[in-house]
Design a protein around this ligand. Structure first.
Ligand code: XBP
Ligand code: MG
Length: 251
């Protein structure tokens, strides 16, 4: 029986990367007087590395040997990341990043149907709180039975660890849940935890390999904003709780 839906955040609940995380990284770089500037295209390449601290380290290793060879590089990255998180939370509190089409409706339908909601993300916990508060309201975090985020597990996606952590907290089997992702790293993580997965792509992930996903859409969509089916089948022209239940029953 389907009991819970586990959602990725960045790219799945909201298009946070290009106009949110990327902008916040650049603001942190400016604040630290670093001449790093991540344009949208470069950022797309850097997204292959999940986690902000890991992404900055990867970038420095490629483009700034002087930075990476400093004795206190770990502390510098930690501080840069704290500054990035501050800027990101600020951007969200200004309401700059909305939820993707159909997300709010689908979450409500799931709750009304008695399903448990959870989150599995590589992003920092404060970022999740800020997004939920700015889009769904102050106490909306309480709607999620488990929020697995950031450094709570040692290995970030594509490792399955964050999904396994959430399943453990929920005290559910993977076969009782569905995962929602937007990226290849995310799908590798969810499939690695044996979770059947529904994908909604975005401009950064449209060419990713989603082999093994049950359904790939361009968005959840709405009755008046149809979703495009890129792989798999869906009866209606948008994803609703009946569509999710039908898909689950056919697994
Ligand atoms: C999201 C990410 C995150 C954000 C940055 O991946 O890769 O790292 O870009 O967040 P996913 P932090 O959607 O697969 O979970 O800077 O807080 O790490
Ligand atoms: Mg994602």
């Amino acid at each position: 029986m389907l009991k819970a839906l586990i959602f990725d955040v960045d790219g799945t609940l909201a298009d946070t990367e290009r106009d949110g995380h990327r902008v916040a990284f650049n603001l942190a770089f400016q604040e630290a007087d670093l001449n790093w500037d991540w344009n949208p295209e470069l950022y797309g390449e850097l997204l292959t590395v999940t986690g902000g601290k890991e992404r900055m380290r990867f970038y420095a290793e490629q483009y700034d040997q002087a930075f990476i060879s400093q004795a206190d590089v770990d502390e510098l990255i930690t501080n840069l990341h704290a500054s990035k998180t501050r800027h990101y939370v600020n951007l969200l509190s200004e309401g700059r990043i909305p939820l993707r089409p159909g997300v709010k409706r689908l979450l409500k339908e799931a709750v009304d149907a008695g399903l448990t909601l959870a989150i599995a993300t590589t992003t920092t916990p404060q970022n999740v709180s800020a997004l939920l508060e700015s889009t769904l309201g102050k106490d909306s975090k309480n709607c999620f039975a488990s929020i697995g985020a950031g450094d709570i597990v040692p290995a970030k996606k594509p490792a399955a660890d964050i999904y396994l952590h959430v399943l453990k907290e929920l005290e559910l089997q993977a076969s009782e849940c569905l995962a929602f992702e937007d990226s290849e790293n995310g799908v590798r993580a969810s499939l690695g935890a044996q979770l059947a997965t529904i994908v909604t792509i975005n401009s950064y992930t449209e060419n990713h390999d989603f082999e093994g996903a049950e359904l790939v859409l361009n968005q959840f969509g709405e009755a008046d904003l149809p979703a495009k089916v890129l792989a798999g089948t869906m009866q209606k022209n948008y994803l609703d709780i009946d569509g999710i239940q039908t898909l689950y029953n056919e697994l």
